[in-house]
Ligand binder design. Structure first.
Ligand code: ATP
Length: 368
């Protein structure tokens, strides 16, 4: 599967562009703020019906305009398919496959698998546990539709339980009986989520280790350890034991909504001890493991977007990264950088076909 053609109208600072791509490596070079990341974001949008960077869709419309449109042609299993994404101010977004609008956007997710790796992924390391849960949920729900349904159900039960706890205003007797219903739901739905997360991490961890060892040269010892209340015996009993505390606090303190991944570098939290380059290597290996995981599950190579990934990596790590993406496992790759000579030297080494686009003020010129 690969993206063959993309036309953009009013997507962030890209007012109008018609771009052709090939399998292999597509490079975008330009100064800061030129529109390189915006282009990758548009490609991301075609896969996930949302931006990688902006939670609010209307922010994607070019300033002073009323709409944006993205039209793309993909080759999927030797067949050309057309996709359309459009948003008018104050209206619902439209997403179409071969001119037919999707009844639900979720029907589209998973059709055009893609992994974006950007400097912003450092939040996986630096920010709170919600980022790591989002990472797990994002990957697993791409191929397991039931998983997304479980998360939605769990969150509903959690919201109900929390509302009950808040309404109790610290009085146990007011809620004791009703809590049982929600405890039961959190235990069963949460248990199913926990099982899937456990399998995912067990599959991901060795692949993460493999990529980390390869890029770093193997001198650093790393680990990704899954922590969940469900790992301890009888979750329902834990819920029961925490009821007094939950009522006092007005929210639920036990459950998969508190799951986390402990990220270790040489036995210490990478967040505290890792240098910028070490952190970059760490999340790069996590995202590449995600890529391999999805590749195995879909049976074909997702698109890979590498946004500004060579900055802060030493020469050894940068050359190892490029050696990796030169492999067969990666079919179509989009890379951004500010310096053409550096990127040209890097991509030549892969032996893959490549294209260069120069980017300035949201405009793209083929520059091979
Ligand atoms: N809705 C919008 N309308 C117009 N311009 C926008 C909009 N949203 C973002 N921009 C502009 O897009 C530019 C950022 O583009 P982008 O992030 O693609 O840069 P880049 O080429 O990747 O730069 P860098 O090398 O710094 O990462 C900024 O100048 C920003 O003001």
């Amino acid at each position: 599967m690969y993206l063959k053609r993309l036309s953009l109208l009013n997507y962030k600072n890209i007012r109008q562009a018609e771009l052709e791509f090939e399998p292999g490596i597509n490079c975008f070079v330009g100064n800061n703020g030129a529109g390189k990341t915006n282009l990758l974001d548009a490609v991301y949008y075609m896969s996930f019906c949302k931006s990688y960077f902006n939670a609010i869709d209307s922010q994607l419309i070019c300033h002073d305009e009323d709409f944006f449109v993205l039209q793309a042609q993909y080759n999927r299993q030797e067949q050309a398919e057309a996709f359309y994404a459009g948003l008018k101010k104050n209206q619902k977004k439209q997403f179409k496959r071969n001119k037919k609008e999707y009844p639900r956007l979720s029907d589209h997710i998973g059709l055009l698998p893609l992994v974006m790796i950007s400097p912003g992924d450092e939040r996986l390391i630096n920010e709170g546990s919600d980022q790591r849960r989002k990472y797990i949920d994002g990957v697993v729900s791409q191929f397991d539709k039931n998983y997304l349904a479980l998360i939605i159900k769990y969150n509903r039960a959690l919201t109900q339980r929390n509302a009950l706890l808040k309404g109790a205003k610290g009085r146990m007797s007011a809620v004791e009986e009703q809590l049982d219903i929600w405890n039961d739901q959190l235990a069963t739905i949460g248990g199913a989520i926990f099982d899937r997360r456990t399998h995912f991490i067990a599959e991901l961890e060795p692949v993460f280790q493999k990529y980390h060892r390869f890029i770093s040269g193997g001198d650093e010892k790393v680990g990704v350890i899954y922590h969940s209340h469900y790992q301890k015996d009888n979750f329902e009993e834990q819920l029961q034991r925490s009821v007094i505390r939950d009522v006092a606090l007005g929210y639920t303190t036990k459950g998969v909504h508190r799951d986390d991944l402990e990220l270790l570098l040489d036995g210490y939290p990478v967040k505290k001890t890792g240098s910028q380059g070490q952190k970059k290597t760490f999340f790069l290996a996590m995202k590449l493991a995600q890529y391999e995981f999805l590749s195995n599950h879909f049976g074909f190579a997702p698109i890979l977007l590498l946004d500004d990934m060579f900055d802060k990596l030493d020469d050894l790590r940068a050359s190892r990264l490029i050696e990796l993406v030169g492999r067969e496992t990666f079919h179509q790759i989009f890379i951004t950088d500010t310096q053409k000579p550096r990127l040209l030297e890097i991509v030549k080494k892969t032996g893959k076909d490549f294209n260069f686009y120069r980017v300035a003020d949201g405009e793209f010129t083929l520059d091979n």
